[in-house]
Ligand binder design. Structure first.
Ligand code: FES
Ligand code: FES
Length: 159
């Protein structure tokens, strides 16, 4: 067991966990942040994507591949951190309005990937949208509604 210190959604935590415990499991089991989903469990689908900042800025990572030890002294944002109050984040609102979510398994990762994309490219091109979401798979929507959700989110967040 190892003791790590991390900040998740602006809340500091000290946890004693197996060092190779997956960050995905730490979030879901130790912190009850079940908005982060597991689908493939192999780093292929982005359902478990979160934002991880180990000192050089937030990066979009697949939490099913990250050992807890790697999050020591890091700052994390999960889907719960985007909308800490009752109101939806504008990106969530756009996914709702444009039909970018169906079963919802991919949606938290899609929304965090969109947030990361819009931080880097507030007015993204089609190519930047496709590149920014290239690590996130969806089995339900066919992607067109997701891309429309991202376009709407870009318009909303630019206001
Ligand atoms: S569950 Fe982590 S990438 Fe698919
Ligand atoms: S909404 Fe079901 S996997 Fe994307």
């Amino acid at each position: 067991m190892t003791t790590i210190h991390l900040t998740v959604n602006n809340q500091p935590h000290t946890l004693t966990v197996p060092p190779m415990k997956r960050l995905l499991d730490l979030l879901r089991e130790d912190l009850s942040l079940t908005g982060t989903k597991e689908a493939c469990g192999e780093g292929e689908c982005g359902a478990c994507a979160i934002l991880l900042d180990t000192g050089s800025g937030p990066e979009l990572v697949n939490s099913c591949l990250i050992p807890a030890l790697q999050a020591d002294n890091a700052t994390l944002t999960t889907i719960e951190g985007l909308a800490p109050d009752a109101a939806l984040h504008p990106i969530q609102q756009s996914f709702l309005q444009a039909g970018g979510a169906q079963c919802g398994i991919c949606t938290p990762g899609m929304i965090l990937a969109t947030h990361h994309l819009l931080t880097q490219h507030p007015n993204p091109t089609e190519a930047q949208i496709r590149e920014g979401l290239s690590g996130n798979l969806c089995r339900c929507t066919g992607y067109m509604r997701i891309f429309e959700s991202i376009r709407q989110a870009a318009t909303e967040t630019a206001r």
